[in-house]
Ligand binder design. Structure first.
Ligand code: NAD
Length: 424
């Protein structure tokens, strides 16, 4: 059982003022005074740091950073930082995590962190002979790849295997080599790309063909994570809700139009954590959606079912190419701090937490959809955005939100009318 200090179960966190939330987070994550100050500073990224990250910098843009409470994952309590502009996401994750705390909480596992680098070979005179030469030279090619990253090898990672595929395309037959690289705690794109580029001239010689592309695949189906949860039917509102959640999932699993939104809900959680710790979220999105279509039919990344006791069981399996070294994970001050708040010391741990959040987020959306509808939870926050857009400031915001919610018509024209009236 987690001690009070370690527990992520913080009752009424959402009702507390921001300063109190910061001090609780700070105490639980043992933040320094400087780190605590960074949290309240509005983004935490200096213009010089930003200028070193990308080109043509003119500023920075801040996102709200929230804490999803209540997560218990493989028996360990975690506070989960989420950066997102969309209302209701952090609340839904926290609420669902509370229902999933039984036993060890959400159970997670992951494969080794193996990424795939692709080498495209064209114009091969004898493809059988080319493949034979590649297979014979495999050890030598792997050795050459590993020479490019002695640090990764020292940490127990490195190039592991080379696989080949022949594909028929509109530009003719191609040999595609897959370099499998265990990236340990790195996301691995730079590492894998460097290795693939280094192998290219040797592959040209061995195949008698011409290497064109040498680049990582974001369909990271050798770097998978699995999260499983169990929710008692009475905690969810009864067995009918369990049946309806299963029916809602079956809809997504059968229909790509629904699956796209179902999986978007999962990615609300995954990407919000990814942003908080400065991950390549485009890579995660690409990997997730490609994996969802791996059978040639785009469908749900998760699966929901009812067990023999009438309770709900959820499973999410997806690629999760994340790193806690490399990229900007260690150079963005807030990202570094967010990793500390989560208590993560391995990339696999981060990947597993992100899958747990994705699963909780998925249930949050499904539960709302099968009961009061998705707009109910969004309403008040949406109303707030509308009145601010309509020109409300300071004390007027709260009054205008109340009036808009009471009107039952949460629309921009109505917000404008109310703000105009209140401004007198
Ligand atoms: P990186 O090259 O910055 O750092 C990874 C390196 O850190 C490793 O190669 C290794 O030498 C070292 N290292 C130290 N300790 C390690 C440990 N414990 N485990 C593993 N490595 C350790 O980063 P990267 O992860 O190779 O690349 C990630 C970056 O590449 C991201 O910024 C991403 O946006 C970008 N990128 C992505 C794509 C894509 O298609 N997804 C393409 C190009 C670039």
């Amino acid at each position: 059982m987690a001690s009070d200090k370690e527990s992520s179960r913080i009752s009424g966190f959402y009702k507390m003022p921001v300063e109190k939330r910061i001090s609780i987070t700070s105490e639980k994550a043992a933040l320094t005074t400087e780190e605590e100050r960074l949290l309240g500073s509005g983004g935490g990224l200096g213009i010089e740091e930003a200028d070193r990250m990308i080109e043509n910098v003119i500023g920075t843009i801040a996102y709200p950073l929230g804490i999803a409470a209540n997560f218990r994952i493989n028996g360990k309590d975690r506070l989960v930082p989420m950066a997102i502009e969309e209302p209701s996401v952090v609340a839904a994750a926290s609420n669902m995590a509370r229902l999933m705390r039984g036993d060890e909480g959400i159970r997670v596992t992951s494969t080794d962190p193996v990424m795939i680098g692709q080498i495209q070979v064209l114009d091969i005179p004898d493809i059988e002979n080319a493949m034979k030469n590649i297979i014979e030279a495999k050890a030598e090619l792997l050795e050459l790849a590993n020479q490019q990253d002695p640090v990764l090898v020292r940490f127990g990672g490195g190039a592991r295997d080379i696989q080949h595929r022949i594909i028929q395309t509109e530009a003719g037959e191609m040999l595609i080599l897959h370099l499998l690289v265990d990236c340990r705690d790195a996301m691995g794109a730079n590492t894998v790309n460097t290795m693939c580029e280094t192998l290219a001239p040797v592959v040209n010689e061995l195949t008698g063909g011409r290497v064109l592309l040498r680049i990582i695949s974001n369909l990271a189906d050798k770097r998978l994570v699995r999260a499983e949860c169990f929710v008692k039917s009475e905690d969810l509102g009864g067995e009918k809700i369990v049946d309806d959640v299963v029916a809602a999932w079956a809809f997504a699993n059968a229909d790509p139009y629904r699956a796209a939104t179902h999986n978007k809900g999962i990615m609300n959680g995954v990407v919000a954590v990814a942003l908080a710790v400065a991950q390549d979220h485009r890579a995660l999105e690409a990997g997730a959606h490609a994996y969802a279509a791996r059978d040639g039919h785009y469908s749900s990344l998760s699966k929901w079912s009812k067990d023999d006791n009438g309770d709900l069981v959820g499973v999410l399996e997806m690629p999760m190419a994340v790193g806690i070294v490399g990229g900007v994970t260690r150079t963005h001050p807030t990202a570094r701090l967010a990793l500390k708040v989560m208590g993560v010391s391995k990339a696999a741990e981060l990947a597993e937490i992100m899958a747990a959040v994705g699963l909780a987020q998925n249930l949050g959306a499904l539960r709302a959809l099968v009961s009061e509808g998705i707009q109910h939870g969004h309403m008040r926050l949406h109303a707030r955005n509308l009145v601010v857009m309509a020109g409300a400031e300071g004390d007027l915001i709260g009054k205008a939100v109340e009036a808009l919610v009471e009107s039952g018509e949460i629309r921009f024209d109505k917000a404008q009318e109310i703000v105009k009236r209140l401004k007198g």
